[in-house]
Design a protein around this ligand. Structure first.
Ligand code: PBG
Length: 304
């Protein structure tokens, strides 16, 4: 009764990876217990999560091809668009969120268009807006830009509204740090940059005031919800963001946080269930209204 913070599946968003093909459920080596799912398997996982009380998923796509314009990211028959239509039809109530980024679709693995070896912020905005519109047309309720280009929330809001998609919400990855904890995801999504790193557009882990500024800018541009990412190493940032804004705040327990718990538990060094529940409770206590976590389905089972 005196507990101040509670965990509920209703606060969780499950990240899922979708690929082309059918009947495929391929284990992701860097993230034990997570899979690359073909669309039919994606539908079945979404139905299972929905039945467990997890209201939302965020989709990441593994495209059939990569190029220098990230063409599959905004193709009508792109993998995320196919996944969205199938889940929308089979599990109509599921809240469908999409990660809006170009890195998985770019041959060079950067989150934006490269001009002379540098990511060009403003040219990238046009492509991101196209991606968001194509996700919304395919059934996304919420688009979540994770690229960290300046001005992308405004560009996406403008493009959505221009297409009559004013009901599509934006969850901005506002305070996204240039983190070592994305390592396992980059293996999972085949999205590591071939050259260089993401420090030109993602944030310096040393900066918390800058995070508040990014949040302010994103809200001014039209973000409906904001995110702090990763979660556990940035609980102080999460608390400050929670106190500085009225919009819903999400935190992303990222692939490295997941993989560390899995690896330590597999070696018998920590109690998996206790560590998962403690880490998620700490993220809620720090101020997250919503948590993106690879443990969403697992936790929903434990709590039921
Ligand atoms: C795409 C993106 C990344 C993650 C979410 N969206 C990778 C990155 O920025 O390198 C990381 C998710 C995770 O580590 O679980 N830009």
């Amino acid at each position: 009764m005196v507990r101040e913070t509670r965990l509920s599946p209703a606060d969780m968003i499950a990240p899922l990876f979708v690929r082309h093909g059918s009947g495929l459920r391929e284990p992701i080596p860097s993230m034990p217990g997570q899979y690359h799912l073909s669309v039919d398997e994606l539908v079945s996982d979404c139905a299972g999560l929905h039945a467990l009380g997890v209201p939302a998923v965020i989709l990441f796509g593994l495209p059939a091809y990569k190029d220098e314009a990230a063409a599959e990211a905004y193709a009508e028959d792109g993998i995320v668009q196919l996944g969205l239509r199938a889940v929308r039809e089979a599990v109509p109530d599921m809240i469908l969120i999409t990660d809006v980024c170009l890195c998985q679709y770019m041959s060079h693995g950067h989150c934006g268009v490269l001009l002379d070896g540098q990511v060009d912020n403003d040219v990238t905005l046009e492509l991101l807006a196209q991606v968001a519109v194509s996700h919304a047309l395919a059934g996304a309720d919420v688009v979540a830009p994770s690229d960290m280009m300046d001005g992308r929330v405004g560009a996406i809001r403008g493009a959505l509204d221009g297409e009559g998609l004013s009901g599509t919400a934006i969850l901005a990855y506002s305070a996204k740090f240039a983190s070592a904890f994305y390592g396992p995801f980059r293996d999972a999504a085949h999205s590591a940059p071939q050259e260089g790193d993401r420090r030109g557009y993602q944030m310096d882990p040393a900066n918390a005031r800058e995070a508040l500024r990014e949040v302010e800018l994103d809200i001014a541009e039209g973000a409906d919800m904001v995110m702090v990412k990763p979660a556990m190493p940035y609980l102080d940032v999460l608390r400050r963001v929670r106190e500085s804004t009225q919009v819903p705040v999400a935190a992303y327990q990222v692939s490295g946080e997941y993989a560390m718990i899995e690896a330590a538990a597999a070696q018998g060094l920590i109690d998996r269930r206790a560590a998962v529940l403690e880490s998620l409770t700490a993220i809620r206590r720090a101020g997250a209204d919503l948590i993106l976590t690879y443990y969403a389905g697992q936790v929903a089972k434990w709590l039921s």
